[in-house]
Unconditional design. Structure first.
Length: 374
């Protein structure tokens, strides 16, 4: 029912009406900016047009790995254990975007989450996060993504196989299970160069020793005092987990480990039970006769020669462009753009994509002359 003080399409007098008119006036004054932009100046976590997170704390896990606790702003949604998030990192005036697995358990009450970052030799973003980032800084972030998660199955008997910083998404899973007092019969093989390089070592030992006896922790050190390499072998798997063929497995680590696991599980006819999270895209060798072409970036009116093996994202960055991107490995689709003409090759599987399709420039290379809406 409409009262005498209302007219069609207009708010009533009173607090709600004044509030609505105030918002309208704020939008007019703020044009072309929105009120959210001004709120962001007061507190970046109040903004709604761009999701930000404040660095609450940082602490070292190992000599080259650090955990960062972040408090996200408005618009955040709690993650599922095992998911990842994109993070924008400003370095020397340029924002670089990378994706990192969330290492904490979902905790809606705390409204914080953690990333655990290992400083990669020769890297640009990971050393900044693991060495230079300080509490009080603000970082643009994306929403949680990814399907490397555990099913809601009370009869689950998982096998975890991780190496290096590949422990991070699995740590989120283990913390979530422990927090809910729902730790199943779980076996965990982890590979690191030495005991000092094991991220979360103390917490994992405590889980296995007393807190959660159904969780069996099997660390392997790939470089011992005698210089002998002790990387993954099927024999190690048989010794630690004789019933591995009856379990679902979640694995995360370097490409060589994941390739070895895929070979073993495929040979056993169990490939569907192997769930993998990659930090580096798995690329197929390019054809022997691979050829590139001229890459035209229409929006920036830039043309450059591109070979047939270099991702077009990297080609664009080398000529000074800054395309939107996230994971750089074909997962998050942040880099998708319209292919206006020509043909590109997906470096993961060799598939060809033609004009009129949206393509992932982080994993696609030129297959002849191409024009992209970049």
């Amino acid at each position: 029912m409409r009262t005498d003080t209302e007219t069609a399409g207009q708010p009533a007098n009173g607090p709600r009406g004044w509030l609505a008119r105030g918002r309208g006036a704020a939008r007019m004054i703020a044009t072309p900016l929105r009120p959210s932009h001004y709120l962001g100046l007061l507190n970046p976590l109040w903004a709604t047009h761009a999701l930000q997170a404040r660095v609450e704390a940082v602490w070292d896990e190992t000599a080259d790995a650090r955990t960062v606790r972040l408090r996200p702003g408005r618009g955040w949604r709690p993650h599922r254990a095992g998911q990842f998030v994109s993070v924008g990192v400003p370095i020397d005036g340029v924002r670089h975007t990378r994706t990192y697995s969330i290492s904490s358990a979902p905790d809606a009450a705390a409204r914080t989450f953690t990333l655990t970052v290992k400083a990669m030799e020769g890297g640009r973003v990971s050393p900044f996060l693991a060495r230079r980032l300080q509490p009080g800084a603000y970082l643009p972030i994306g929403l949680p993504q990814g399907d490397f998660v555990l099913p809601a199955d009370p009869h689950l008997r998982p096998l975890f196989i991780t190496a290096g910083s590949g422990i991070t998404p699995v740590m989120s899973m283990l913390r979530s299970l422990a927090q809910r007092d729902a730790m199943p019969d779980a076996v965990h093989l982890h590979y690191a160069p030495s005991p000092a390089d094991v991220i979360f070592a103390g917490e994992l030992r405590q889980m296995a020793a007393a807190a959660h006896p159904r969780y069996r922790w099997h660390p392997h050190y790939t470089r011992d005092a005698g210089g002998v390499s002790r990387h993954f072998t099927p024999r190690q798997l048989e010794q630690a987990c004789p019933d591995w063929r009856a379990r679902e497995v979640w694995a995360c680590g370097p490409p060589a480990l994941l390739a070895a696991l895929a070979t073993l599980w495929d040979a056993a006819g169990l490939g569907a039970r192997l769930h993998v999270e990659r930090f580096v895209a798995a690329l197929t060798p390019p054809p022997a006769d691979v050829a590139g072409g001229m890459a035209s970036f229409a929006l920036s009116q830039t043309r450059v020669r591109a070979d047939g093996a270099t991702p077009l994202l990297l080609v664009a960055e080398r000529v000074g462009l800054r395309p939107a991107h996230g994971c750089r490995m074909g997962i998050c689709h942040s880099c998708d753009v319209m292919l206006q003409s020509g043909c590109v090759r997906d470096l993961r599987n060799g598939a060809l994509h033609t004009a009129g399709q949206r393509v992932q420039v982080c994993v696609c290379a030129a297959a002849g002359d191409v024009e992209l809406a970049l």
